[in-house]
Design a protein around this ligand. Sequence first.
Ligand code: KMH
Ligand code: ZN
Length: 280
Amino acid sequence: MKDKLIITCAISGAEVMKEHNKAVPYTIDEMVEQAKGAYLAGASIIHLHARYDDGSPTQDKDRYHEIIKAIKKQCPDVIVQVSTGGAVGMSREERASVLDLRPEMATLDCGTLNFGGDDIFVNTENDIIYFAAKMNELNVYYEMECFEKGHIDMTHRLIKKGVIKRPFHYSFVLGVIGGMTGEERDFIFLKDSLPEGATFSVAGIGKYEFPLAELSIKYGGHVRVGLEDNIYIEKGVLAKSNAELVKKAVDIARKYHRDVATPKETRQILGMEDYNGKTM
Ligand code: KMH
Ligand code: ZN
């Protein structure tokens, strides 16, 4: 069971728009359609950024609640991982407000980085402490998003301080313009820098999505794909849906004889059983 592959699908993101790929979901119906397709294709976790109908990103908890309720109606056992990263420029209080819903799982971004053009995705040490404390208090399971090695070093520091608590589950988000690239040497360096007993997943941005997915599958890690990270199914060919990206990850897993984890198995592998989940 431990060998099973957890697939997360990042269906919406906060930056990618329909102008980039028309399958990017904005409305609640579109969110459900994309989440359900990804789930049926093999995703056990849906990484979610809420949008309004016009596509603008929001951390409004009522909007998240509506979307999560609608997704859960169609896919009752799926794990919804809400984003506390939100969109560049949002305040930490705005980003964290979704945690009041007591979601089962959320992202914990572990450091600041340039984010293309003039953008900076800000996660100071005190921001990370703020988010982690709120998640600890509200019993939210966290996935630590690390965009480069310094972010993993920060988690070691906050683990020592008792701010970040077990179970330690990481996501390497590689290939952001301003972050670390997603070459094999980068992946190995990060994987070998984790604390004892940690689990990890990879999210390769753009061209890194599938090469990194394959590496992670080979080395016993887990995988995130989805339109938030990559809009192409192959070079120059737009993906028709999130489900198509998930199917491609499932095909790679087959090559390496790794079965895909159900949501129940995902909760067991990650040690999530004592967290929220029945509350939403
Ligand atoms: N939208 C990015 C600025 C997360 O979901 O936690 C941040 C992000 C990270 O996507
Ligand atoms: Zn995200």
